[in-house]
Design a binder for this molecule. Sequence first.
Ligand code: G6P
Ligand code: MG
Length: 218
Amino acid sequence: MSQKAIIFDLDGVIVDTAKFHFLAWKKLANDLGFDFTKEQNEELKGVSRVDSLKKILNWGNKELSEEEFNRQMQLKNENYLSYVNEMDKGEVLPGVQKVLDYLEENNIPYALGSASKNARHILEKIDLKDGFSAIVDGTDVSKAKPDPEVFLIAAEKLNVAPQKCIVFEDSVAGVQAANKGEMTSIGIGEEKTLHEADYIFNDFTEISIEFLKNLLQK
Ligand code: G6P
Ligand code: MG
């Protein structure tokens, strides 16, 4: 079998941090005098911290000075981290560990490719950091998804050709990034949102070892 590798997004794939981002962004919006809905939060999946705040301010018709913008971003992150700091292994989404175990038992390398600047910290909290052969996160990239940069750097670090990488993603931008990088894309979430992916599953409990085996042998 020619060597293949897996690249995981973090938020929405390995853990559900969207609920914590929602609480922290909602507090920021409310403190600035407007509301923020769950539907709007959905649109921030895979979007960097700075671009998320730009979108939120736009929804709230609010303009901030550069200094205040940066202060609000920092406050939001501190608030978000207060939830993250309560996380433990129990936050790993159902079915994920089974897939990681299979990869380890079969010496298939896997990497992280996330937009989050908190990715390493989160992996430590959920006790998964050591298994990753490479970690590429929001501190390592200059171009956000749907640009494939984050996944291409991960492939390079894994020393595996992009065409041999399989990416798990929950965001449209992430699926597009994987496709642009000529990787196999697996969408985790709803078909109507992630239809550009090569394969789509609602969650990891739907992914069988048989499916993985076939994909890795292709
Ligand atoms: C992920 C999440 C986004 C988040 C981004 C940056 O892509 O889906 O909602 O805004 O990471 O996360 P950070 O932890 O750096 O604020
Ligand atoms: Mg995600």
